[in-house]
Structures are given as structure tokens and as C-alpha cells.
Design a protein around this ligand. Structure first.
Ligand code: PLP
Length: 400
């Protein structure tokens, strides 16, 4: 089937929840995707921050094949070696933790929210409320939607789940003022991703940690987008040295296969007991084998170092370019998570890049978001940046 045929078949049969780009991909390798008409695209999108190792990483492909030939599913009524080993590896990185596995970012956050409520319940005193931030994105289930600080996602779904309070991001004072007797936890992204690559300033995360310690609240970091090396460290909180009580992962954890995880300090994790939470597919052995290979690559193949170096180069070059481009307001980011804030809407710039065979996306209306593979070479970075610069320059005089 060619691009047009696949797109048409999809349009006729899928519920229309995604504003899809009319392209269908059939294979991929490294930083490149190939569509059904044989065109090659440089990927600065990575399936929404999933393909952090690029496409077809040999470690990940081998792990998936080998595990698929052994056993693909047993349920959580039994154990598998990949799940046990992945839990141990994640706990070692987190330090004194326990893991709950699920299948997506929303489910990981849902688990974190339920664990926080159960923890509050166990301590008595009727504490259940979670404070989250405006501009955040935590998922589309009713719980995570209620924690998500963007009204556009709430429209038509009210009433939302009670017990959530939204405050401005990057304002520790606002959170402190909102804490009251029923508050049990604070949920934040260390860098807001979908909200436009919004970076908190100064010691924001540290102040939240101090506040949680003083008021006996749980600090939950949603690392679904920032985690697994995206910012140049395995977890974004490691830059600030501020460890959360619960951390959520998904997206890049499975190297392209679906998996999510909520990792909690061991003492907090005790609030979940048999029957209190679960997921049929959670900790699927093929996804866990893939995730183990992802960790191997991140730990042993110099991937984080590359993300730091190439990411810093891209930020620097884009900032220089931005000074001379009237459309660019600000360039911000960390590692391979970069936002080019434009003075107007960003969708036309993203479309212009895609027409020139560079995959990027627009978020928060005016932010062109770059999420390249952490393995991107300097030459690939140059090629992608040249397209972005051309698209933004063209946009200053004529339609991109
Ligand atoms: N949390 C963050 C920070 C995200 O960026 C996303 C997705 O973009 C989610 C949660 C939801 O993840 P999923 O789409 O896997 O449910």
C-alpha cells in the first residue's frame, strides 16, 4: 500500500482523536524513518519522545526477538525474569525503591496518584488532595486528566475527579500557599514537555522537596517525557539532585514497546498491598526485555554523553540563529529536549519542516519542539538544524 492508500484506510476506520499528519511509515533505522512512498525523513520527533535510541537499536531488536521466542505473556499472577531484572535495575538507579509496572504514561501517573491517596489514607487525617501545575500534562485517563493543568483537554469531560488543585508552574510560593489539611502530594514534571518545554528556574524543585519534607507530603515527579536520558541524565531530577518520593516513567523506557512504571520509595510503596492496584499487561516480559536493553545502551554506549554534547551544540546554534530571526522569541531546553518559542503559532513551521523531510512537532501553540534521538550525530544535527533555520527564515517573508 502507498501513503495515500494507508492514510485513506485509516481515516475511514479510526475514531478521529489525533490530528494526524498524512504520512505512513513502513521502516526505520537510526535517526531516519521511511514512508510508504519510499521517502526518507530525519526524525527530531521520536514518536513523541519514545525512540530515544533512534530506530532499530541492535540491542533492543535482539532483546525483543529473543524474548518473543521464549514467552510473551504470563500475567502478574506469575513472575518472569525480565520483569524481576528490570525492577531491580530501576530500583538500583532510583535508590531504595519498589516498582509497579503498567503500559503507558497515564497509567504510571494513575498508579502514582492512587498510591499517594492510599498512603494518605493509611496515615489517617483524611489527606487525599494532589497539587499539580498549570500547563502540565499527565495523561488522558480521568485521574491524570484531572491533574493536567490545561483546560483545553478538560472540555466536555467534566465533572473531573475531585481532589486536585492546580497552581502556576515554577512558583514554589504558590504551591506552599495551596497546601492545606487535605493535601497529600505534589505532582510536577521536572521540565514541562507538552506544555512547551518549560524549564523551572533556580531551586524550584529543591523548594518543593523542602516543602514536602516540612509538611509530610509526597513529591511525585512525572518523568514520562523527561526520563530515560532525554535531558542528558537518566532522570531529569538528577540535574537538580532532588529525589522524589515517587517517579513515573513510560515513553522511552521500552525502546518503542509499550511499558510504564511508577517507582516509589520502599516505605511508601508498602501502602499498595495485593489487590489494591493492577494491570493485566503490566510488566510484559517482551517490553521488560526491551527496557533492559534500553538501560544497557544508556549505561554502556555513551548515549547520555552524546545527548549532552549534541544537545548543547543544538541549543547554542539555535540561540545564535534565534537572535537574527524575527520569528524566534526564545530557545530553551536541556539535553535533547528543545523548545523553539516562536512569536506566532508554530504549526506552520512544523509543517514546513515536515515538507522538507524533517519530523518535528508544534506544542503549546507557539513552541516548535525538538525531541531527536539521543544518538543523533553532529552531521545529522546540522542537517536538521539547516531545515529548521530555512523553514523559520522563509516564514518571515512568505508562507513556510
Ligand atoms: N506525562 C507526561 C509528562 C507526558 O508527556 C505524557 C504524554 O505525552 C504523559 C504523561 C502520558 O503518557 P501516555 O500518552 O503514554 O499515557
Amino acid at each position: 500500500m502507498n501513503n495515500a492508500e494507508i492514510v485513506e484506510l485509516a481515516h475511514q476506520n479510526l475514531i478521529n482523536t489525533y490530528g494526524c499528519v498524512p504520512l505512513a511509515f513502513v521502516r526505520a533505522t537510526g535517526a531516519y524513518l521511511y514512508d510508504a512512498d519510499g521517502n526518507r525523513y530525519l526524525d527530531f520527533f521520536c514518536g513523541l519522545a519514545v525512540n530515544n535510541l533512534g530506530h532499530g537499536n541492535p540491542r533492543v531488536v535482539r532483546a525483543i526477538k529473543e524474548q518473543a521466542e521464549k514467552v510473551t505473556h504470563v500475567s502478574n499472577v506469575f513472575h518472569t525474569e525480565p520483569m524481576a531484572r528490570l525492577a531491580a535495575r530501576l530500583c538500583a538507579h532510583f535508590g531504595d525503591g519498589r516498582v509497579f509496572f503498567c503500559n503507558s504514561g497515564a497509567e504510571a501517573n494513575e498508579a502514582a496518584l492512587k498510591l499517594a491517596r492510599r498512603w494518605g489514607h493509611d496515615r489517617g487525617g483524611g489527606r487525599f488532595e494532589v497539587i499539580s501545575t498549570l500547563g502540565s500534562f499527565h495523561g488522558r485517563t480521568f485521574g491524570t486528566l484531572s491533574a493536567t493543568g490545561q483546560e483545553k483537554y478538560h472540555i466536555g469531560f467534566q465533572p473531573l475527579v475531585p481532589g486536585f488543585r492546580l497552581v502556576p508552574y515554577d512558583d514554589a510560593g504558590a504551591i506552599e500557599k495551596s497546601v492545606h489539611d487535605e493535601t497529600v502530594a505534589i505532582l510536577v514534571e521536572p521540565i514541562q514537555g507538552e506544555g512547551g518545554v518549560v524549564m523551572p528556574h533556580g531551586d524550584y524543585l529543591k523548594r518543593l522537596r523542602d516543602l514536602c519534607d516540612r509538611r509530610r507530603l509526597l513529591l511525585i515527579f512525572d518523568e514520562v517525557q523527561t526520563g530515560m536520558g532525554r535531558t542528558g541524565r537518566l532522570f531529569a531530577w538528577q540535574h537538580a539532585g532532588v529525589k522524589p518520593d515517587i517517579m513515573t516513567l513510560a515513553k522511552a523506557l521500552g525502546g518503542g514497546l509499550p511499558i510504564g512504571a511508577a517507582i516509589a520509595k520502599a516505605e511508601i510503596a508498602q501502602s499498595f498491598t495485593p489487590g489494591s492496584h493492577g494491570s493485566t499487561f503490566g510488566g510484559n516480559p517482551v517490553s521488560c526485555a526491551a527496557a533492559l536493553a534500553v538501560l544497557d545502551a544508556l549505561e554502556q554506549d555513551g548515549v547520555l554523553e552524546n545527548a549532552t554534547q549534541v544537545g548543547a551544540y543544538m541549543l547554542e546554534r539555535l540561540r545564535k540563529f534565534g537572535k537574527g530571526c524575527s520569528r524566534v522569541k526564545e530557545v530553551r531546553g536541556l539535553g535533547m529536549m528543545i523548545g523553539i518559542v516562536l512569536k506566532g503559532e508554530a504549526k506552520s513551521a512544523a509543517d514546513a519542516c515536515i515538507r522538507q523531510r524533517l519530523l518535528v512537532n508544534a506544542t503549546a501553540d507557539n513552541v516548535l519542539r525538538l525531541l531527536p534521538p539521543l544518538t543523533l550525530t553532529r552531521d545529522e544535527a546540522e542537517a536538521g538544524l539547516a531545515i529548521i533555520e530555512r523553514a523559520l527564515s522563509a516564514g518571515t517573508t512568505a508562507a513556510g
